[in-house]
Write a protein that binds this ligand. Structure first.
Ligand code: UD1
Length: 369
């Protein structure tokens, strides 16, 4: 009898869904793989979750743990408590976790304790900044994973320095880029520019949600100083993460934002609208990880409002620059982008749209080891 390899795929927060989509498609090419999706419920608003499942044609989650929002400890603990019975019931050979969110470490830890093998997609990325919750999640998840799928060369160096044996590590490329490439044509048909009366190349895009940028009034208002100048230059669209939206009123910054009449704050967008918006922007200003990668492939300037990045290949082979949160630095980098023609940067190795295929092939070959 042919043996079946049962794989539980964990996703929970918005940036996970773009990574799960190509994996689910790639598994289909291998008869012996039987994937299930567990959604932890870390993100639950329709435009942070369901919309992505629909647009990216991800199968409905087989199980939703429905954890919702809480402090880091409570959220992580809730995910763990609710995930353990799922593993005991389904007894998969593999648990595949993606990215660096709380759902990633929570489920990896439960699996490892039950002796179920863990595969980490997007392993090895390091910002070397342990004040970031994601850095803790990355370090711990990699330490207990049996297979580590790496998206860029820095990941290989980091894992080797941390003593992870080479045979566990596979340089496969970037699953986020698989999704971008698979959806570019569809995104081209989005009418977001017409709906917002924007011209290609005639506007900027901003996204901010990192706690150290938006949870503190002083930090957030310094960034607002820069946004003031940037929106004076070009209309600027800011699809706002719910965490940022809550902070805007809590920190007393809502009026200040309302006075910036060319800064258009909108609800979080779906994948296709956002991809179109990003692809035609003059400059993208962000503190997201994934957007640094996506702008690299789209060939659009990206200014990252952070002091460090766990994705250094986007600085050397891409269009990304680190600008920190000092308004003067942000504005002078912005002006440089506006006056410099972007020439085609070299593309990062293996960001070719086939990362998920490589991952599925490894899982199919090694599933019962
Ligand atoms: C999480 C990830 C972060 C990732 C980001 C992408 C962790 C530690 N952080 O941050 O790495 O870059 O997702 O979006 O896992 N909220 C809603 N609706 C939702 C989800 C969240 O209103 O559907 C609000 C809640 O008030 C919640 C807050 O946003 O408390 C933060 O959500 P949470 O999942 O804790 O962290 P993110 O900031 O989204």
């Amino acid at each position: 009898m042919r043996s079946v390899v049962k794989i539980i795929n964990v996703c929970g927060a918005r940036p996970n869904f773009m990574k799960t989509a190509p994996l689910m498609r790639a598994y289909r090419a291998h008869q012996g793989l039987q994937p299930l999706i567990v959604h932890t419920g870390q993100h639950y608003d329709a435009n942070m979750s369901e919309l992505f499942f629909r647009q990216l044609q991800i199968p409905e989650p087989d199980i939703n743990l429905g954890v919702g929002s809480a402090s880091h400890a409570v959220q992580t603990a809730e995910i763990m408590a609710r995930f353990e019975p799922v593993l005991l019931e389904h007894k998969p050979q593999w648990v595949v976790v993606v990215g660096d969110v709380n759902s990633t470490i929570a489920c990896a830890l439960v699996a490892a304790k039950l002796g179920i093998k863990v595969a980490h997609v997007e392993a090895g990325l390091r910002s070397f900044d342990r004040t970031m919750p994601e850095e803790i999640n990355r370090l711990l998840t990699d330490a207990i994973s049996d297979l580590l799928f790496v998206s860029e060369p820095s990941g290989l160096e980091n894992l080797s320095r941390e003593g992870i044996p080479d045979e566990k590590v596979h340089f496969v490329g970037n699953v986020m880029i698989d999704t971008l490439k698979a959806n570019l044509e569809k995104a081209e048909r989005s009418t977001i520019l017409e709906r917002m009366s924007l011209e290609p190349g005639g506007y900027n895009v901003v996204t901010l949600h990192r706690p150290n940028n938006v949870d503190d009034a002083a930090a957030f208002s310094r960034i607002a100083d820069a946004l003031q100048v940037i929106q004076d230059d070009l209309p600027t669209v800011f699809p706002m993460h719910p965490r940022t939206a809550q902070n805007l009123s809590r920190l007393g910054l809502a009026e200040r934002f309302a006075r910036m009449t060319r800064l258009h704050v909108v609800e979080p967008l779906g994948y296709l609208d956002f991809l179109k918006l990003m692809g035609k922007a003059a400059v993208v200003l962000t503190d997201s990880g994934g957007i640094q990668e996506e702008t690299t492939i789209l060939g659009v300037w990206c200014l990252t409002v952070r002091e460090n990045t766990e994705r250094p290949v986007t600085l050397t082979s891409g269009t990304n620059a680190l600008v920190g949160s000092d308004p003067e630095k942000i504005v002078s980098a912005y002006r440089r982008c506006r006056s410099t023609q972007l020439t085609d940067p070299p593309m990062p190795e293996k960001w070719d749209g086939r990362a998920a295929e490589r991952i599925a092939a490894v899982l199919a070959g090694r599933g019962l080891e």
